[in-house]
Design a protein around this ligand. Structure first.
Ligand code: IPE
Ligand code: IPE
Ligand code: MG
Length: 239
């Protein structure tokens, strides 16, 4: 538990690329969908732990705009898990005052799932604790494209002068508008890539990759990431 370790700087915004469910299942000769089930269980436990550590914003990458390429059976199993976990989240996280928000393009989901997403956000909207962004059908290129379209419309309608467009005009049109950029991005499963996660926002994020597969990523693994983060020297281009 990090609280005992006084003096540690807790990152304000943490992003997690929850990867490795399939390999976790494969190691046990189980279907990939079982790995996703254990991954989803872990998501609830670790979220509550992270909120207790004082993190203000947690963004979890649950399903990318590219994950539709997977076999229909796997996508179907994931959608079923999302529905199940959304139902649970209607009451879950209340105790920890966690505010749930979904980022990504929800128009691709079936109407029942969209309804659940809206309901989960509604029930949590006045909570004051950690903000939990669940990135579902999220892709950073798609997010940037969406912002470019919004800006183009504002230019066309004479609301924005093209010569005066600022970085703030871009960031305020991303799903993460008004949020601080991620300080720390954790990727489980051992890869060193962003896979279309917060490309614009991560310009100065610290990146932490661990071999640990997502269903095995527990409290002490998060603590290790924060301790490593505390050893980094963030210069933001300065000296
Ligand atoms: C992450 O685990 C979950 C999603 C991308 C939905 P994977 O399913 O990518 O697991 P691996 O990388 O194949 O082990
Ligand atoms: C990234 O994992 C997406 C999520 C964790 C939701 P992937 O398994 O889709 O990434 P790649 O294919 O290894 O880059
Ligand atoms: Mg993967």
């Amino acid at each position: 538990m990090l609280e005992a370790n006084s003096g540690l700087h807790i990152p304000e915004h943490v992003g997690i690329i929850m990867d490795g469910n399939g390999r976790w299942a494969k190691k046990r000769a189980l279907p990939r969908s079982v790995g996703h089930k254990y991954g989803a269980q872990n998501f609830r436990k670790i979220t509550r732990y992270i909120s207790k550590q004082g993190v203000k914003v947690l963004t979890l990458y649950a399903f990318s705009t590219e994950n539709w390429k997977r076999p229909a059976e796997e996508v179907g199993a994931l959608m079923k898990l999302f529905r199940q976990y959304l139902v649970d989240s209607l009451t879950d996280f209340r105790e920890d005052d966690i505010k749930v928000v979904f980022i990504g393009d929800r128009s691709a989901f079936d109407s029942k799932l969209v309804e659940l997403i809206n309901e989960s956000e509604e029930v949590a909207k006045d909570r004051k604790g950690m903000l939990l962004n669940i990135a579902m059908n999220y892709g950073s290129r798609d997010e940037i494209l969406r912002a470019v379209k919004m800006i183009s419309r504002d230019v066309r309608d004479n609301k924005l002068d093209p010569d005066k467009i600022t970085e703030e005009d871009i960031s305020s049109r991303l799903y993460t508008a008004n949020l601080p950029d991620p300080d720390l991005i954790i990727r489980t499963g051992g890869e060193f890539r962003l896979s279309n996660f917060m490309l614009y926002q991560s310009a100065y994020s610290e990146f932490y990759s661990t071999e640990t597969l997502w269903p095995d990523f527990h409290e002490e693994d998060f603590d290790n990431a924060v301790m490593e983060y505390n050893r980094r020297n963030r210069r933001f281009g300065g000296v």
